[in-house]
Design a protein around this ligand. Structure first.
Ligand code: ZN
Length: 224
């Protein structure tokens, strides 16, 4: 084994031993049952760890992460995660969590060239292009970046609400709500973007309201 990663095995053995000492039934419970109430759809960024941010143990949150927390209708990966989480695990809340300072969003905002990933980030540019006029009015580039991080999370949450998986779940009366959040690397706090939708129509209305509120605040203090 490479010496460069040997410490990861040391860490793993120490973690396993600590968990068994602190909670002797921990691993047995996990093996027997997976019943998370939450699906987290977040960015792959190494600074945004799902479980730690919301203080949940393994087994309590089902997780999907990709660059810039994008949800597109032809991505079999994210659609499969959502379908399994909703239909089989019956999660009650889907949390779409963007984060301020997202490198993927910044690259999309500024047309940066990073190779193959540029194609993936076209989806974030679609969001940017919906608000190109409002974003251009923001004189501070960091404000533009912050707002697009928020708008992207809101739009991706609305995209989840458009999937046949969610539409079918709501049609049969299943209890599942889709939320949009934005996480701050500066202080570790989550900003609720005020999208908590239980239908596609509600998601569209809440997304429009959230975007309008965000641009109305642009002349006042930085809204976070
Ligand atoms: Zn990111």
């Amino acid at each position: 084994m490479s010496d460069a990663i040997a410490h990861l095995f040391d860490n793993n053995r120490a973690w396993s031993s600590r968990m068994q000492t602190e909670d002797p039934g921990f691993f047995l419970r996990l093996v027997r049952q997976q019943a998370p109430k939450y699906l987290w759809v977040g960015c792959s960024d190494s600074r945004v760890p799902a479980n730690q941010i919301i203080g949940l143990d393994p087994g309590e949150v089902f997780v999907h992460r990709n660059i810039a927390n994008v949800v597109v209708q032809n991505d079999l990966n994210v659609l499969s995660v959502i379908q399994y989480a909703v239909d089989i695990l019956k999660v009650e809340h889907i949390l779409v969590v963007g984060h301020y300072g997202c490198g993927g969003v910044k690259a999309a905002l500024n047309d940066e060239k990073n190779g193959l990933v540029d194609n993936w980030l076209r989806h974030v540019q679609d969001v940017r292009d919906c608000y190109v006029g409002q974003l251009a009015q923001m004189e501070d580039p960091s404000w533009r970046h912050d707002r697009l991080c928020e708008l992207n999370a809101i739009h991706q949450a609305a995209n989840i609400c458009q999937t046949s998986v969610l539409k079918d779940a709501w049609q049969r009366g299943q209890n599942v709500t889709v939320h949009a959040w934005c996480y701050s690397l500066d202080n570790g706090l989550v900003n609720d973007l005020k999208v908590s939708a239980r239908s596609h129509e509600q998601a569209v209305e809440q997304a429009q309201n959230a975007a309008a509120r965000m641009f109305w605040m642009k002349k006042s203090k930085r809204p976070r």
